[in-house]
Ligand binder design. Structure first.
Ligand SMILES: [Mn+2]
Length: 332
């Protein structure tokens, strides 16, 4: 299906992470090297344009999903810049990476109608999206691993820049090889990619360690408010819209709060709530060991992995947290 397509769109889940962006950009480069015209789309482009990913090849060509206008010719925008004009529906093929549900695509879902065929390339459990071809391996910790495996099986050369993107994907979804989803295969892929002489120390520093010293005051504010419940087995961390605005926390910094809340000894489940706007929240759940937070997120219309999942919620904060804690209480 890939070989037959001349024009390919690639997209990923909302609030994209290193796995989705790295996988999309490595695939983009491979397809361009095969002579295809390729566009990568993302909702939440601001997250994409944070510095962590700025060095990846093709990064500046990622288009706003909001610039897709069906039934007309569309001008796709990269980060604030008009990029190119395309007649829609205009793609032979859409490849959705790192997402298996239509509601995880945001505005990118319009690409389904704009494309003749759809491939879903995902490592989440039980993707439900309608497609012409499903490539799914929930035993792989990242889509980056799946893409490496695909390239290796088809003798597709991995350039240094593709290697950097795949390595970013692999290290992102394993929390820098610390999460329990890390397998021998994860290390195998990382080891093979390191033969391309990529600067893994710099990639991991940017993704997992670097922070803006001006954010420290804000870190202290948020960390101070981590609540330990159920004898320290559950944490709830709340990040208000006002705090996000005041300290301009980026995506990675926000995730670091959850890391602290999860890494405290004795914690089994951590709940991290970000207020998007009044009455609208993004909630991410992390668990330790066998506790399955994907099942909990699914009860509230979300999804994800056993130890890392997420959901959106609207309404009264206290009521939402009470419902969520009731579900968490059953499994701890
Ligand atoms: Mn992933």
């Amino acid at each position: 299906m890939l070989r037959l397509a001349d024009t390919v769109a690639i997209t990923m889940h909302i609030r994209p992470d290193g796995d989705s962006i790295g996988t999309a950009l490595a695939l983009r480069e491979a397809l361009i090297r095969m002579g295809k015209t390729v566009y990568v789309f993302s909702e939440d482009i601001d997250i994409v344009f944070q510095n962590n990913f700025a060095t990846m090849n093709g990064f500046s060509k990622i288009c706003h999903a909001s610039s897709i206008q069906l039934g007309a010719s569309s001008i796709f925008f990269t980060h604030n810049t008009p990029y190119t004009e395309v007649e829609l529906p205009g793609f032979d093929l859409l490849v959705v990476v790192d997402a298996g549900e239509v509601n995880r695509l945001g505005d990118s879902a319009k690409l389904i109608e704009a494309s003749k065929r759809v491939i879903v390339f995902d490592h989440h459990l039980n993707p439900s999206m309608q497609c012409d071809l499903l490539v799914n391996n929930p035993n792989r910790a990242s889509c980056g691993e799946m893409l490496y495996e695909f390239f290796a099986a088809h003798n597709i050369e991995i350039t240094k820049s593709m290697g950097e993107a795949i390595y970013t994907a692999v290290s992102s979804d394993t929390g820098c090889f610390l999460f329990p989803n890390t397998t021998w295969y994860t290390h195998h892929v990382a080891s093979e990619l390191m033969k391309l002489d990529i600067d893994v120390a710099s990639i991991n520093y940017k993704n997992f360690r670097a922070y803006d010293p001006q954010s420290l005051q804000g870190f202290m504010r948020v960390l101070n408010e981590i609540q330990f419940l159920y004898g320290g087995k559950v944490t709830v961390t709340y990040l208000s819209h006002a705090l996000i605005q005041k300290y301009q926390f980026d995506h990675e910094e926000r995730h670091r709060f959850q890391k602290y809340a999860t890494d405290a000894k004795g914690v089994k489940v951590s709940i991290f709530v970000q207020e998007k706007e009044k009455g609208e929240f993004n909630i991410s759940l992390r668990s330790v060991g066998n506790i399955n937070v994907a099942e909990i997120a699914a009860k509230f219309g979300g999804g994800g992995h056993r130890n890392a999942s997420g959901m959106s919620a609207k309404g009264n904060y206290k009521a939402i947290i009470a419902d969520l804690l009731a579900a968490v209480e059953e499994v701890i």
